[in-house]
Design a protein around this ligand. Structure first.
Ligand code: NAP
Length: 246
């Protein structure tokens, strides 16, 4: 279904991003991905992508670095040609009660989760307009919809990402470009593994489905939104959370 298309995914060395990369590749898309610094994990993703037979490339790019993003996107386009799919997935947390959260903590989270998505989107914006086609999927979070104690910066960044999603959706709707957000609940990745056990258990206990999500369950939704079939869905936020946000 995605054969011949090119996808750029941020943060695909691990977790949800890796699952998205593999699902898009299974559907035929070539995959270029950015990661922060975990070379071993990036190589693992590349090996898994190679099994699917598509063209793939990993680039160590800090999405919060405006110049690095612009340069890397240029390089990726020279290698792959234009991208039809962008998944802004790279993310990080600094979890502390708001009282203990420093200005530096707050900025560090906003810089990656929100400004990073903006920088990559802007770098591909003209190309999407020229192609009169594009699929942008931003990975937000139920924390951005509901708030979450200890996650002031993270929740703010993920709520901001929803505002960015809707704005880009409106700006590019007439050009055949869609922009949607996916809001996962708790998903089994390194991010949740690093949470205090009690907080994770309490979170999972509140999920109507009664279990944590798998990265593949988020990837399936992302792949649909990234496909030509999702042509009339834009500016939408779709929860994939086992009912947590109901
Ligand atoms: P993860 O396992 O911690 O992986 C994070 C990924 O982002 C890694 O590939 C990491 O690269 C990359 N990354 C981090 N900072 C970056 C930067 N500055 N520049 C480029 N890449 C960077 O996270 P995850 O759980 O898969 O989460 C993926 C996305 O889903 C995030 O946006 C997260 O907020 C969101 N989300 C996750 C959950 C959950 O329960 N897991 C729930 C809701 C939303 P390295 O491997 O090189 O470090």
């Amino acid at each position: 279904m995605l054969k011949g298309q090119n996808a750029l995914i941020t943060g695909a060395s691990r977790g949800i991003g890796r699952a998205v990369a593999l699902e898009l590749a299974r559907q035929g898309a070539n995959v270029c991905f950015f990661y922060a610094g975990n070379n071993v994990a990036a190589q693992e993703t590349l090996s898994l992508l190679a099994e699917t037979g598509v063209k793939s490339r990993a680039m160590k790019v800090d999405v919060s670095d405006e110049q690095a993003v612009a340069q890397a996107v240029k390089e990726a386009e020279a290698d792959f040609g234009p991208f039809q799919i962008l998944v802004n997935n790279a993310g990080r947390t600094v979890d502390k009660l708001a009282l203990q959260l420093s200005a530096e903590d707050f900025s560090a989270v906003l810089d990656v989760n929100l400004k990073g998505a903006f920088f990559v989107t802007r770098a591909l914006y003209r190309s999407f307009m020229r192609q009169k086609y594009g699929r942008i999927v931003n990975i937000s979070s139920v924390a951005g919809l509901m708030g979450n104690p200890g996650q002031a910066a993270y929740a703010a960044s993920k709520a901001g990402l929803i505002g960015l999603t809707k704005t880009i959706a409106k700006e590019l709707a007439k050009r055949g470009v869609t922009c949607n957000a996916v809001a996962p609940g708790f998903v089994e990745t390194d991010m949740t593994a690093s949470m205090p056990k009690a907080a994770l258990e309490a979170g999972v206990a509140a999920i109507p489905a009664g279990r944590i999500g798998r990265p593949e369950e988020i990837a399936a939704l992302c792949a649909f939104l990234a496909s030509p079939a999702a042509s009339y869905i834009t500016g939408e936020v779709i929860r994939a959370d086992g009912g947590l946000g109901m």
